[in-house]
Write a protein of this length. Structure first.
Lengths: 404, 141
């Protein structure tokens, strides 16, 4: 039984005040808050079994290694991944993307093509531009439409034998659009291209089954899904991970080292140079346990109710426009009020205790498409309530009154 | 009035309000009295970087006093720049260069601004003082 009041008690930060008012946290697309269970897991690690892993002979090291590797298996199971060594621990989504981009530098040649979407975060555009510069490959962009969805006809026209890699986010951080990644994966494979999906925004709302999806790479960050910052996952199909060269050199990722030659360790260690974020990796597993205990169906149902309610209430405000209106979207609302700067709205609602994001959300191409300088973005999580949306909407109304 | 006296006046005005919502309302009002920059002067060299919102600032010398004009696409930012201009308008470049902006901390403005806006405020002060430096050099030559 989904009980939001009980769930909120797991999140100590939700009971604090900001600017003298009860915090209403609606910036979940930037980062999620952490439940006590995850916080306890972090404290327990440093209090009870902190050690360096994979090479110590002593008991602590063995214990830490076991829990860390058990966490890898949890992630494997959660995402429907075939083998544990197809799960690479990273520092986050951006790191995972860079591992793949770096790997493709040795695969691409002049005239090859990479396809990205117009809905991407800056961190999803820059690595590919850099890659194209060094390899002579060409970057193609899937255009978006007025609703904030991707043009699938244009995508299919872009795909050709020269396409080597398609890169798309599962869910847009700015608009909440859920992209048709099953379809996009099938189509990419039909021309022999690999596909990398950025799941930074999706994994707190949806439980992707990568075995069914059949994508080649999938990346995400723990901190968006109730885990700590500084840790994430890169999933890659075994054959691809074998093929790609390592990203960083260092300890852990080697087999034999002489000054003449080094041979690399097998998967997953080949991509995990240096001492990893042991605590983060373990807490990532605890976060997944926490979310699964609530259940993704229940999470989706609650968030959908929040999204519907907030959308209706906001649209009742005169002059308010929502950006991102596709049918398939998650609990993110990007909006502006005619004649008012989003930054001003964000400032006033913050004074009223409501945390939202303002600006371009690292997606300048989307802002250019709509010809706006930025938006206010409210993003809801399963621990938000209808009452909080009432407070938020009242704050927006008050801001509008002050600012117009 | 000296810069110091105007700053004291502002501190007193802001102290009259009980909470920050009222202070913001007052800041928005002050923004409405901002001497606006001419449209044709809204050029890139007059833009202040470091704000999520855009700010244009211009200055000219009338006699030995400086006269500022500005604009912003965000209304609270307009209020912030209006506060700064009120303290520095019709002052000599040397008075501006010898003044400090401690009054901002005394109003409590900086701690109530987001980090990006606080950066923007610092950039505004820099630009104001840059104009004063340039006109001081002109007066000396």
């Amino acid at each position: 039984m989904f009980d939001v009041t009980a769930i909120r008690k797991d999140f100590p930060i939700l009971s604090r005040k900001v600017n003298g008012r009860q915090l209403v946290y609606l910036d979940n697309a930037a980062t999620s808050q952490k439940p006590q269970q995850v916080i306890d897991c972090i404290v327990d690690y440093y209090s009870s079994y902190n050690a360096n892993i994979h090479r110590g002979v002593h008991a602590l090291s063995q214990e830490a290694t076991d829990v860390y590797e058990a966490s890898r298996k949890k992630i494997q199971t959660h995402f429907g991944i075939a083998k544990p060594h197809e799960v690479i621990f990273t520092s986050g989504t951006t790191h995972g993307i860079n591992i793949v981009a770096n790997g493709f530098a040795s695969i691409l040649s002049t005239g090859d093509e990479i396809i990205v979407s117009q809905l991407e975060h800056h961190s999803n555009i820059v690595p590919w531009q850099m890659l194209c510069k060094t390899t002579g490959a060409i970057l193609r962009v899937i255009p978006m439409n007025q609703e904030g969805g991707l043009d699938m006809d244009a995508y299919q026209e872009l795909l050709c034998s020269k396409t080597k890699l398609v890169f798309v986010n599962h869910i847009s951080n700015t608009l909440g659009t859920i992209n048709p990644i099953e379809f996009m994966t099938q189509k990419a494979h039909q021309v022999g291209a690999a596909i990398l999906i950025d799941g930074a925004q999706s994994c707190s709302h949806i439980k992707p089954d990568l075995a069914v999806l059949d994508c080649d790479f999938y990346v995400t960050s723990a901190h968006k899904m109730c885990g700590p910052t500084g840790v994430g996952m890169l999933y890659g199909k075994e054959a691809w991970l074998e093929k790609l060269p390592p990203f960083q050199g260092g300890g852990e990722m080697i087999d034999q080292v002489t000054f003449e030659q080094t041979t690399y360790a097998g998967l997953p260690h080949k991509f995990e140079a240096g001492t990893p974020n042991v605590c983060g990796g373990i807490a990532f597993g605890a976060a997944i346990d926490y979310l699964n205990a609530i259940g993704f169906d229940a999470i989706a149902k609650h968030e959908e109710a929040l999204l519907d309610y907030a959308t209706k209430k906001l649209l009742a405000i005169d002059g308010l426009k929502i950006y991102g209106t596709t049918k398939e979207k998650t609990s993110v609302i990007s909006f502006n009020i005619e004649g008012i700067h989003p930054y001003d709205i964000g400032t006033i609602v913050d004074k009223l205790g409501v945390a939202v994001r303002t600006g371009q959300h690292c997606t300048q191409p989307i802002m250019d498409f709509f010809n706006i300088s930025g938006t206010v973005r409210a993003s809801f999580a399963f621990y938000n309530t209808i009452e909080e949306i009432d407070i938020f909407v009242a704050a927006v109304e008050r801001a509008k009154m002050m600012l117009s | 009035m000296t810069i110091k006296a105007i700053q004291e006046e502002l501190i007193e005005e802001f102290a009259m309000f009980d909470d920050w919502m009222q202070r913001y309302e007052y800041m928005i009002d002050l923004g409405k009295s901002l001497p606006l920059i001419d449209k044709q002067n809204k050029t890139d060299d007059r833009v202040i970087k470091g704000c999520q919102s855009k700010v244009w600032l211009d200055a000219e010398l009338k006699g030995d006093k400086m006269v500022f004009s500005a604009d912003s696409d965000a209304i609270i930012t307009k209020g912030i720049i209006a506060i700064l201009i009120r303290t520095f308008n019709n002052q000599t470049p040397s008075a501006i260069l010898n003044s400090n902006t401690d009054f901002i901390d005394q109003i409590g403005l900086k701690e109530h601004l987001s980090a990006t806006r606080a950066n923007g405020l610092t950039s505004m002060i820099k630009k104001l003082k840059l104009y004063a430096t340039a006109y001081q050099a002109k007066l000396n030559s």
